[in-house]
Design a protein around this ligand. Sequence first.
Ligand code: NA7
Length: 552
Amino acid sequence: MTDTRPTTPVVDVLCVGAGFSGLYAAYKASEQGWTVAGFETAPDVGGTWFWNTYPGARCDVESVYYSYSFSEELQQEWTWSERFAPQAEILAYINHVADRFGLRRHFRFNTRVTAANWLADERLWELTLDSGDTCRGRYLLAGSGGLSTPKDFDVPGLENFTGLKVSTSRWTISLDELSGKRVAVIGTGSSGVQCIPLIAGVAAHLTVFQRTPNYVFPARNAPLPAETVAEIKSKYPAIREECRQSPGGIPDRPVADRAFDVSDEERRERYERAYERSGFLGVGAEFADLLTDPEANETAAEFVRHKIRQIVRDPRTAALLEPRFHPLGAKRSCFGTDYYETFNRPNVSLVSLREEPITTMTSGSIVTEGGSHDVDALVLAIGFDAFTGPLYALNVTTPSGRLQDAWRDGVRTYLGIMTAGFPNFFMIGGPQSPALASNVVVTIEQAVDWITDLIAHAEEEGGDTVEATPEAQDDWVAITEATVDQTLYATTDSWYRGSNVTGKPATFLGYVGGVGKYRRMCAEIAKRGYPGVRIGGQAVAPRIGRIDEEIA
Ligand code: NA7
């Protein structure tokens, strides 16, 4: 779909991205009676779910929770067909939402924002678009996504390879095109884990190049029975409220006991039941101390390794697949279908890049320290430049400098929503928000609601600028760091900490204290009249202190 309408010259709200964030922001802003101009690089709505069309792509959060809660009519009329929705169904849902609420009219598609400049004298943001057009607005909301900028293809010799090359995050071929070919997949995160079994089903031979083995649980995806759907729909408002107040944005299953509070036998039985349950409240959430105590975590990690040894017949392959380099859950766990079983197929082999790193590629082979692997097609599933990648691509600039310069030594935000020195600029599901460790749709709705309430409050107060104070930002950074330092996330290299991108400063990119607690802190800040925010140059109070210690 090509949208050729001209951009509106000055609007109330500029919105970047037409995924879950941008669409809800546009909806909410127009409900407030504000004018909106939105921009989307893709030809249509969907964001992440527009681009990630690789075989097997599906959400690892249950579909009945991974959806908007703002409209009771919407949640009653839409029916999810599977426990974990496939990409196409999520994209159909987002299209349905866009049509139902008339949201496409706010967006200009096929349009990339190349720069965002704060015009201090006029108190306006000016966006420059790839067409060369500009558009001005009072507030800028970035719904550009956390996992939307693919990581650079940092694989040696890639430019030499002349066969078919495709990345999971910009999938452009049909699975049939890999049929009968010798295929390589590089990367075994969530994307690799989901596509590997399906590619193995059509390829003449599949070689999986694994750098770090991760913990992969059987997703146990299944059709959603009509009775389950009816029951959820009958209780949707209560279920949504439970999600909002929960740690992860899905109904919680609180556990108080620790791994060593129970006998070895009871622990094993509980892991078995959790393994059957699967999902984010599976094995990794079975005891209260699994993400804080390395020894407790090791009991769960060893349980998974044992499963791998039971499933994978070749002992050497099983050993290479066993995750040993990080605690379970400290890097996002993966959920797959027949993942480990795939390595029992005669046409599948595994190369451990820890044992034999890639040294280069030729036109038709991947060369490692252990030898040469001839392939016809190469699938890259190597991840994203999370959070900062998409924000920096906007070139957000004030007269004092660019966002990437302000964050040169690491990300610094107020609530993951604002950043000092950048007035009227808001991030939806930004770094240091709970987005990274939650059902992101819950985080998105909460952020948009909080931002629009703040803007409405500023308008009532007669202030035309809204900006975080540096002191409150320091407080929030201290809170996010103190929270993550209590967990094993802090000790593990992952995209959560920016360690997957060369040169990216190591800052943890999320708040891991839970969406419920985060929501309560944000609500308290609003109730107190927005300490930490300068409205029209005035701050109610510059700091929030350790508000996390005041709020349960
Ligand atoms: P991830 O989770 O970042 O996984 C990327 C994978 O690619 C991971 O196994 C990496 O190994 C590997 N990788 C990255 N760069 C290289 C190079 N240069 N050479 C070899 N292997 C490499 O991305 P996904 O797309 O799978 O998932 C992202 C998120 O989407 C996921 O967490 C869900 O939230 C949904 P490493 O572990 O870095 O050693």
